[in-house]
Design a protein around this ligand. Structure first.
Ligand code: KG4
Ligand code: ZN
Length: 363
């Protein structure tokens, strides 16, 4: 497979509550990126309602794909391939994207790459953000430029989303070693659950960030579960923190809940734990750079603190590439296609698909 064959990919993402499609050139140039969010539909339930999610994907998938092609000013004949998220995620949601992608790839005779959603988040750091979009979050030089110069790896990646918190050592494209993961709740899940406790709306991350703006992060001394036992020193645990917030809330007067202080103190504890483990791993594995990705990477406090506290340069995608999108799937697919070639069309969705690890003593 030559670089040219992986040139222009239409990528589809429907793993959770975003129907998304994008056209990505050479794995890093965003020609279009369309996201139909279902947040408003799920808000009354305080979380994603799986059946509503899959049925909305059915309604949105074709218009979103057509929009992605139109925004890129392209037709099907311009594409060199397609990509779609195969897992992890909600089975009914994944099926909509996978079936649409298979049908189009088969009808148009295009190679299709099945992509791991976590690998997608990871490759969100490889995308050019576009001039004028949130320049403060763009760390120069870009990863593709570093890669071309042979200076991108080893990289440490912190993936923090609604479903995952993982520290991954990346030795090269598609070569991963998991250093740590969450032992219970994912970071985003903790934000969502604590937001509900505080009476804030879904999704919890942005709501807590907003509430925390007026709060004192030192008002409550919530526990930092550093799980320092050597076997778990790079693992995360957030359920104790969530319980501590719950206990604190129960002790306070519900009529006068200091929501801003509680939100700020909770957020500070999460950021502290995430960054202290990431900093330790960056030192121990002597990486030249840390990449942070996933929905929680949109958190302003985490972004600012990461730049200040981590011992090496940090890459964080602009806000619109942190939460689920098609562009990141197209970026990951580009490198998968070069490495493994297209996926045979008889693949199934995999709701619990893990990131494929390189052989290592810890696996
Ligand atoms: O990556 P993502 O869109 O979906 C998954 O793959 O899970 O992440 C969604 C998660 C939610 O838990 C949401 O609360 C969290 O990302 N999130 C944030 C922020 N924006 C989104 N968490 C903290 N601060 C934010 N600004
Ligand atoms: Zn995600």
């Amino acid at each position: 497979m030559s670089l040219h064959d992986a040139g222009l990919l239409l990528a589809i993402e429907t793993s959770c509550d975003e129907t998304a499609a994008a056209v990505i050139e050479e794995g890093h140039r965003i020609r279009s990126n369309v996201v139909a969010s279902q947040i408003e539909l799920h808000r009354p339930y305080g979380g994603v309602f799986p059946e509503i999610a899959s049925r909305q994907h059915v309604l949105d998938i074709l218009p979103v794909i057509e929009r992605a092609l139109a925004d890129a000013d392209m037709g099907w004949h311009d594409l060199t391939g397609m990509a779609v998220t195969r897992g992890p995620g909600l089975a009914g949601s994944l099926l909509v994207g996978v079936n649409a992608a298979k049908a189009a790839a088969w009808a148009r005779g295009l190679p299709l790459v099945a992509v791991n959603h976590l690998e997608g988040h990871l490759y969100s750091n490889w995308l050019d953000s576009g001039v004028g979009i949130d320049p403060a979050s763009i760390t120069q030089p870009s990863l593709p430029a570093l890669d071309a110069a042979g200076r991108a790896f080893p990289l440490l990646v912190l993936i923090v989303s609604g479903g995952h918190s993982e520290l991954i050592l990346m030795g090269g494209h598609g070569i991963y070693r998991r250093l740590g993961a969450t032992l219970d709740d994912a970071a985003g899940e903790a934000f969502d659950k604590v937001a509900r406790l505080l009476g804030l709306s879904y999704p919890g991350g942005p709501a807590i960030q907003r509430a925390a703006q007026d709060g004192d992060p030192r008002a409550f001394d919530f526990p930092r579960a550093l799980t320092n036992h050597s076997e778990h020193r790079f693992d995360f645990s957030f359920s104790g923190l969530k319980t501590a917030v719950l206990r604190q809330v129960r002790e306070l007067d519900p009529e006068h809940l200091p929501v801003a202080d509680l939100a700020a103190s909770f957020q500070a504890a999460v950021v502290d734990v995430l960054l202290s483990k990431t900093a330790d791993a960056a030192r121990e594995f002597r990486v030249g750079r840390v990449c942070i990705c996933g929905g929680v990477a949109a958190n302003r406090n985490l972004r600012t603190a990461a730049a200040e506290r981590l011992p090496v340069p940090v890459s964080v995608p602009p806000f619109f590439l942190c939460t689920d999108n098609g562009a990141m799937i197209g970026a990951a697919a580009h490198y998968r296609l070069l490495k493994d070639g297209p996926t045979a069309l008889n693949f199934d969705v995999e709701p619990n698909l893990p990131l494929q690890m390189a052989a290592s003593p810890r696996q």
